[in-house]
Ligand binder design. Structure first.
Ligand code: PA5
Length: 306
């Protein structure tokens, strides 16, 4: 599938029916996943507040992992070293195991595995990777999913502002710095990683209010400030909106504010994710770069296997 069609596939992925099925009671959730797969766990961890959720983007599990833990391993390829190692440890420790993958070794490790379609880049499968979490643990209704698909279709058809933002960044040769806020802290990070992998540029993210205790200092006095393009999101609480306004004023920083379309959390979340997909895609196009190609990641994985 062409990369642009992979992006446009997101709305279809939201119709994916799978959930983790019934789960025994648990006292904590540990999610293991890297890169384009792990981000699904991180986004979920920001939304879910009925028990502690830890996202492990590394080899080892925290010491408290055990029979009371619901462990969820996510790897699109099913062959990611860190996720396989963490999953084997979860099995050894007697955690309740659920997995999401399109195949690979991971598909052989769990009691219950959600198998998702193969043939996409992991980062273009975010719908497939996130929907099992949402359908299992969040109460979004079907009409909400339908409206979200409709909003994503609208963005597929018309995303001029996203393209213009990409062209501004490309023309300037600037480094995007994305400042999110709850419940979009991990969406800001997703934008960063989409700039990294699709547009092949460095990008950074942080979130309000945390950044008022660190990044705000260099915002006022860093050198080469014009090397950065600062982006923040709309749909902020009054308190966060006030922080954004004061931060901008006292540090002399212009933020590109990205308006968040939609009425519900589900709609807004996917709108903002998809908007970022398009900015990163158009920046790749502006740079004459293939947005799909990430061979350096594969080369690194290959070398680690020998
Ligand atoms: O986008 C990518 O290709 C990477 O970030 C991968 O998602 C990451 O390397 C992990 O691989 P996988 O998603 O197959 O577990």
């Amino acid at each position: 599938m062409e990369f642009l069609d992979q992006l446009k596939n997101l709305k279809e992925q939201l119709k994916f029916e799978s959930s983790f099925g019934s789960v025994r009671p648990f006292s904590n959730i540990i999610i293991s996943g890297m890169g384009g797969s792990g981000i699904a766990g991180s986004i979920f961890s920001e939304l879910y507040d009925r028990s502690p959720v830890t996202v492990v983007s590394d080899y080892n599990l925290p010491a408290y992992a055990g029979p009371d833990t619901l462990f969820i391993g996510i790897s699109y390829s099913g062959n990611t070293e860190e996720t396989l190692t963490a999953t084997r440890e979860a099995v050894r420790k007697g955690c309740q195991i659920r997995l999401i993958t399109s195949g690979g070794e991971l598909s052989e490790l769990g009691e219950k595995t959600v198998i998702i379609p193969s043939g996409l880049q992991p980062r273009s499968a975010l719908g497939y990777l996130l929907v099992p979490f949402l359908r299992s643990f969040m109460n979004f209704n079907e009409s909400d999913y339908e409206e979200t698909c409709r909003i994503l279709s609208g963005l597929d058809a018309e995303h001029r502002e996203a393209r213009e933002l990409a062209e501004t960044i490309g023309r300037e040769g600037s480094i995007p710095v994305i400042f999110g806020h709850y419940p979009y802290r991990w969406v800001a990070y997703r934008w960063k990683t989409q700039f990294n992998e699709n547009s092949k540029i460095l990008a950074f993210s942080n979130f309000f209010p945390e950044l008022n205790h660190n990044d705000t200092v260099p915002l006022k006095s860093t050198y080469r400030k014009d090397a950065f393009r600062f982006i923040s999101f709309g749909d902020a609480s009054d308190r966060i909106e006030k922080r954004i306004e004061i931060t901008s004023r006292i540090t002399g920083t212009d933020f590109v504010r990205v308006h968040v379309n939609g009425k519900t959390l589900l709609q807004k979340l996917f709108y903002l994710i998809h908007y970022g997909d398009y900015v990163s895609y158009h920046l790749a196009k502006y740079r004459n770069i293939d947005p799909e190609e990430v061979s350096v990641i594969s080369s690194l994985k290959d070398e680690l296997m020998h």
